[in-house]
Structure formats: structure tokens, C-alpha cells
Unconditional design. Structure first.
Length: 371
């Protein structure tokens, strides 16, 4: 028996060479799965496979976890947090440096190269007066939209009142909220499954304006109020925090599930508007459907767009576009409600009350340390 999955038939040697470049300093990588061994070793621009357990990094995991990794159902960080892999040599940094190679060899998920945006402005703003086709082309090409004036200030004031009610009821470790540590104690930074407890927020979740935007790429996409953390409300905590109030660069399938989640579309309803001072959204245009190199943010050759919003605007992003929610530079306080439209087939794999973020909801400090 060999552990090595069949390589996709259409692998591009140039893309593989680009991915392999990340592994130069990481060295070779061995997986020990049950009684079997698979070692990956870079050889020039190619990757060699063997059953000799001599990798500079050695990872042990069970057969089911290996299959999940190959199928893009669980990522290395997911497996690590779940205790489903251990390191006999090396550590997480070395495994993460191989991620672009593994995703390309296992699933044909290509390494990042700047995408041709076909003349489209990655900082453009749209409105609901734009046609579906214009909105769709911008979303497909750039990976996100900024749509102005979708909701009125009055609608957002009512939504904020509903958030205040839920926030007053939230408690740490209630599995309906996320919290971060501050010098003044734990602070609420996210409400999840919000529309199961608020009629006002449920009305926004079901609003036809959102349905139009959420189904631009998939007319059959569904909202899941009772799984995948439902519709969540992000609340930006100012100052120094310990945890995941400020979410570093990530793809929303970063905990796993790419094979069943993507291309999900997440809509951010701007309850307060956003600037760098209140904690806004950063995007890498055209990065969806690709894997960026490990610690790419330390490089200067990847474009980044900062999105400032007004009250009632919405952002729309494909879940695997690379994005971040950085620390506020000022007073913080941004509130954004996120409603996500998933492929209907998600319902066959994820049940009520289940989410890939279950691993991190009450472990945010640990995850932030790894990030």
C-alpha cells in the first residue's frame, strides 16, 4: 500500500516549482500513518516521494486524519488543535511551509500568482443599481465586492439595538459567543448563532437584498442559521487583546472544509461602518482559489486593499479569498454582521450545532499564538 494519493493529471510544472520554493528552508517532510510512511523531498523544482522515514520533519497521524488532510476536509492547524497529529521531529512551521505543495499535489489547488483582474479596479465600490452580471463579474474576478448603501441608517440602528440585547446576555464559554482578554478582563468580540435568538437580526439574514448578493455565484446557495456558527456579529475590541478579536490573514476555510464549503460567499453588513481606527477589512485581490506562501505577509510583492465602509454598506467575499481583520488603530468598536451563503451540499456534511470553528471558539488565545 502507498500513502501517496494520485496527482492531478493537469499539474503545471511551473506552478509546482513555485510551490516547492517555500520548502527550501523547511527540509523534507515525512508522514507516519498507521504502519505506513510517506516522505516528500524537494529535488530542484520537483517533489520526490518515498517510503523511507528520513524527513527532517516527521508527523504522525491516524489514517482517518490523513484522508481528511488529503481531501481538504481538515487543515494542518485543525489537526494540530484537535490533537490528531504529533511531531516526532520538527514542528508546525515546517509542516506549514509544505502546505502549498501538499494542496497542489493532493487537490490541484494552485499556488498564488497575481491574477489578471481584466482591468477591474480592486478598490471599486458598487451599488444595488449595478446589474447582477456586473456584480458577478467583479466578485468572480477580484474575489470580493464593496456595495454601498444597501441598508438605511435606521435599519442599522435597529440591528445595533438587537446586538446590544444579545451582548447583555452573552457569557464566556456559552458556545454562543467569542471573548478576548484585556487589561480590564474578558471582553465580548463575537456573537454566533445570533439569528436563532433575535427576530430583528433574523429579518436581516432573510432580506432579499442579501439573497441577491449571496447567490451571485450559486443560485441554489443556502443560509445556515443553525450550523457553521450561523450568522455572526463581529465586535471590534480596542487596545491590546489576547485572543481572536483581531483575526490575522486567513481564508475562511482555513480550519478545513474547503472541499465542501467553497465557493461559499460571506456578506458583511456594516452596522457601524469601518475605518482603520475602528478596525476595517483588508483583502488580497484575486487570491481566491489559490494558496499563498507561508508568512507571505512579510513580503512586499502581494497587493493588499483596505476597505473603509459607511453604515449600511456591505462587503461580499468568496470565503477562500485571503483577508484579515487587523487591530484597530484607534477607538475600535466596529460591528459587522456576517451572513454566509453555502453550497446546498454542505447540509449533507455539517449538522445542526456543528462548525469548523468549534475547535477555536473557546481556545482563541492558543490559536492567536499559533497565528
Amino acid at each position: 500500500m502507498t500513502l501517496a494519493p494520485a496527482r492531478p493529471a493537469d499539474l503545471d510544472p511551473r506552478a509546482l516549482a513555485l510551490a516547492v520554493a517555500d520548502t527550501r528552508r523547511a527540509g523534507s517532510l515525512t508522514f507516519l500513518v498507521g504502519g505506513h510512511t510517506l516522505t516528500y523531498r524537494a529535488d530542484g523544482d520537483e517533489v520526490l516521494e518515498s517510503d523511507v522515514p528520513d524527513g527532517e520533519t516527521v508527523v504522525r497521524l491516524e489514517p482517518g486524519a490523513w484522508q481528511d488532510l488529503v481531501a481538504q476536509l481538515r487543515t494542518p492547524i485543525n489537526l494540530l488543535l484537535a490533537g490528531s497529529l504529533t511531531f516526532e521531529r520538527g514542528g508546525f512551521d515546517q509542516l506549514a511551509a509544505w502546505d502549498r505543495v501538499l494542496r497542489y499535489l493532493h487537490a490541484g489547488f494552485p499556488p498564488y500568482t497575481p491574477r489578471d483582474l481584466q482591468g477591474r479596479d480592486p478598490a471599486a465600490t458598487m451599488t444595488l443599481d449595478d446589474s447582477d452580471e456586473e456584480l458577478r463579474q467583479q466578485l468572480e474576478t477580484v474575489g470580493y465586492l464593496h456595495v454601498r448603501g444597501v441598508f438605511s441608517p435606521e435599519e442599522m440602528a435597529a440591528a445595533n439595538a438587537a446586538v446590544d440585547e444579545l451582548a447583555a446576555q452573552a457569557r464566556p464559554h456559552d458556545d454562543q459567543s467569542w471573548w478576548v482578554g484585556t487589561d480590564d478582563g474578558d471582553k465580548l468580540c463575537r456573537l454566533v448563532y445570533s439569528t436563532l435568538r433575535s427576530a430583528a437580526l433574523k429579518a436581516i439574514e432573510q432580506d432579499p437584498r442579501l439573497a441577491r448578493l449571496g447567490r451571485l455565484l450559486d443560485s441554489d446557495a443556502v443560509v445556515t442559521a443553525d450550523r457553521m456558527e450561523g450568522s455572526a456579529v463581529l465586535i471590534k475590541v480596542p487596545g491590546q487583546t489576547q485572543g481572536l478579536s483581531n483575526i490575522p490573514w486567513h481564508q475562511d476555510c482555513g480550519m478545513g472544509g474547503h472541499a465542501i464549503l467553497c465557493p461559499a460567499v460571506s456578506i458583511g453588513i456594516q452596522l457601524t461602518g469601518s475605518t482603520a481606527g475602528s478596525g476595517n477589512l483588508l483583502m488580497v485581490p484575486g487570491s481566491h482559489g489559490q494558496t499563498l506562501p507561508y508568512q507571505w505577509h512579510n513580503r512586499s510583492d502581494v497587493p493588499v486593499v483596505e476597505i473603509d465602509t459607511a453604515i449600511g454598506d456591505v462587503t461580499v467575499h468568496v470565503q477562500d479569498v485571503m483577508h484579515a481583520s487587523p487591530k484597530p488603530t484607534g477607538e475600535g468598536g466596529r460591528r459587522t454582521m456576517y451572513v454566509t451563503f453555502y453550497p446546498r451540499t454542505l447540509l449533507d456534511h455539517v449538522g445542526p450545532g456543528e462548525a469548523f470553528n468549534d475547535l477555536v471558539r473557546n481556545r482563541t488565545a492558543e490559536v492567536a499564538g499559533l497565528a
